[in-house]
Design a protein around this ligand. Structure first.
Ligand SMILES: Cc1cc2nc3c(=O)[nH]c(=O)nc-3n(C[C@H](O)[C@H](O)[C@H](O)COP(=O)(O)OP(=O)(O)OC[C@H]3O[C@@H](n4cnc5c(N)ncnc54)[C@H](O)[C@@H]3O)c2cc1C
Length: 535
């Protein structure tokens, strides 16, 4: 029986709008009973999907629809508008969808179909080993199952817990806005249900590529047919006296995060050594918790090497307005004092006091277990466009991999979404795909109350072209080298950045003059850019 109106639950079919109210490519959110539905006409047919990105629950209607791809405005997860299928992380799940029927010129929506994780059937004698249970490792394991791999998946991770949301360690988890139970990427039963053998608290100590075996810290040996190396990195500690003193901390793991939270609760001040992304996010979060924050770093401005002086000055001034004290153009030479009353002595003779110290000095790729294999280079594991190492059955992804980007430039980047996307790509390659990795780099940070997002990679640039007003913290910046757009960053114009991301991915970047011309609609350019997802 069909009922009309908007006051019914979605176990029944509900009329939501007139068919001719919905134009191709112009999504809208409608009510179906108590539930909201993202309604869109794509390739002529009406589709009805869930309204929220499964990653951080952002409303997808605030994002973009490029062709048949729905893009979340927060961290640029992508979904296929035809069926809600997740096309690209950071979301791990598909969107819920609703069956649609057109009756007498009206759109009717049926009961929700919740996304189900596929369960591959059949026998496959192969064993795939994934070393490292972080962003890349988890995404790879899940992709193997999504793509139908029915063999054994061994996911070995040195940490004592199942994969979790690492970027949150310096943000809402530290300030208490995120609950600890939100941090694991998956529930306690997920891995067992998917037959992903999660081996926690054990480290791969050696790999034998010829024999295709891995030795664990527990002494066991695991044999594999194919392996993915996704071990991320280890935080750097400066080689200065006192760096190992009680109260000198690092931040990479959840355990590090818990130690940091305990220190923050016990002390009233902190010295942050390093003004990179982790240092500056900690400056915000620890300041929010009421600590006195002092930052020591060698550069003239925080993050100027990545974002340029103008954006870096904005960030510095916002941090200072929040009470952060900067000691820039200096390096630490010694940590002295007693627990709870430490002193960081500086290269210019200055001394900065703090209840504890955090070193945010970047990472070294975690490749120690590869000694003697020839798989690791001087700064990580070089891979080809399929993310395969020099060994035909061994792949690498994430912070540890030196991988070509969509423009073919090889680099090692340290971004959550890139690690997930590379993990997915490597999993497909392990299953036989020879497609080249074709995503644009992307990262985000949130500090001093400002959400900043960045697409591409510009290690150097000739010119930064701005749209909007940097000082008012509403801008889009394009980093140009040799006349070509290498990267773009934004605060406050995230949908335009999503458009740039698509243009970078498709190799259709705007010229310098086009970027400078506010009249040029980047969204329209991204919408016009092929290809569409096959319907
Ligand atoms: C505090 C913090 C905040 C961040 N914020 C952001 C952000 O806002 N945006 C962003 O884009 N990126 C952010 N990042 C970076 C992002 O977290 C990394 O790029 C991402 O985690 C890399 O994923 P990965 O899988 O390569 O490595 P990881 O996530 O580090 O996972 C590697 C795993 O492998 C394990 N491992 C290492 N060696 C071995 C071994 N020999 N045997 C077994 N297991 C091993 C490690 O213990 C770890 O669990 C942040 C990082 C940190 C630390």
């Amino acid at each position: 029986m069909f009922r009309m109106g908007t006051d019914m639950d979605t176990t029944e079919w509900i009329r939501v709008c007139r068919d001719d109210d919905l134009a191709e490519g112009e999504p809208r959110v409608v009510k179906a009973g108590e539930q909201e539905v993202y309604l869109v006409r794509v390739d002529g047919a009406v589709r009805a999907l869930g309204t929220e990105c499964p990653h951080y629950h952002e409303q997808l209607i605030k994002g973009a629809l490029f062709g048949s791809e729905v893009v979340c405005p927060s961290h640029f997860a992508r979904f296929d508008a035809h069926d809600g299928r997740m096309v690209s992380p950071p979301a791990l799940d598909d969107l819920p969808r609703f069956p649609v029927e057109i009756r007498n010129g009206e759109v009717w929506v049926g009961p929700v179909v919740k996304p189900r994780f596929p369960k591959p059937a059949g026998d496959d004698p192969r064993v795939f080993l994934i070393v490292g249970g972080g962003a890349a490792g988890e995404a790879a394991a899940e992709t193997l199952r999504r793509e139908g791999f029915a063999g054994r998946i061994l996911l070995v991770t040195a940490e004592d817990e199942r994969p979790y949301d690492r970027p949150n360690l310096s943000k809402d988890l530290l300030t208490g806005k995120a609950k600890p139970e939100w941090i694991p990427l998956r529930g306690p039963k997920f891995h067992a249900n998917q037959r992903i053998e999660l081996i926690t608290g054990r480290r791969v100590t050696a790999l034998d590529p010829a024999a295709k075996t891995a030795t664990l810290s527990s002494g066991e040996t695991l044999a594999f047919h194919k392996a993915l190396l996704a071990t991320g990195g280890e935080p750097r500690k400066p080689a200065i006296p006192g760096a190992d003193a009680e109260g000198c901390l690092l931040l990479r793991s959840h355990a590090d995060g818990r130690a940091l939270a305990r220190a923050a609760a016990a002390r009233k001040s902190v010295v942050l050594v390093g003004a990179g992304f982790i240092g500056m996010e900690l400056a915000s979060s620890l300041g929010e918790l009421g600590l006195r924050v002092r930052v020591v770093a060698p550069g003239r401005l925080p993050l100027a090497r990545v974002l340029g002086d103008r954006i870096a000055s904005l960030l510095r001034s916002r941090h200072e307005a929040n009470g952060v004290e900067f000691h820039l153009g200096v390096t630490p030479v010694r940590v002295a004092g007693t627990p709870g009353e430490l002193r960081v002595e500086l290269s210019d003779g200055g001394v900065v006091p703090g209840g504890f110290v955090v070193f945010g000095l970047g990472i070294e790729p975690a490749v120690g277990f590869l000694a003697g294999t020839g798989l690791a280079g001087s700064d990580g594991i070089p891979v080809d466009t399929t993310l395969r190492t020099r060994h035909p059955d061994i792949y690498a992804a994430g912070d540890v991999a030196v991988a070509p980007d969509v423009a073919g430039e090889a680099s090692r980047v340290e971004h959550w979404v890139v690690a997930q996307r590379q993990g997915r790509h490597a999993a497909r390659a392990m299953l036989g795909s020879s497609a080249p990795y074709a995503e644009a780099h992307f990262f985000w940070t949130r500090q001093a109350g400002l959400p900043l997002k960045y697409v591409g990679a510009a290690r150097t640039w000739d010119e930064i072209v701005y749209r909007g007003d940097v000082e008012a913290a509403t801008f889009l910046a394009g980093f140009y080298r040799g006349g070509a757009l290498k990267a773009a960053a934004t605060i406050g114009r995230r949908v335009e950045l999503a458009a740039v991301e698509r243009l970078v991915r498709l190799g259709r970047t705007p010229s310098r003059a086009e970027f400078a011309d506010e009249e040029l609609d980047l969204l329209a350019a991204a919408m016009a850019a092929a290809p569409r997802l096959p319907g």
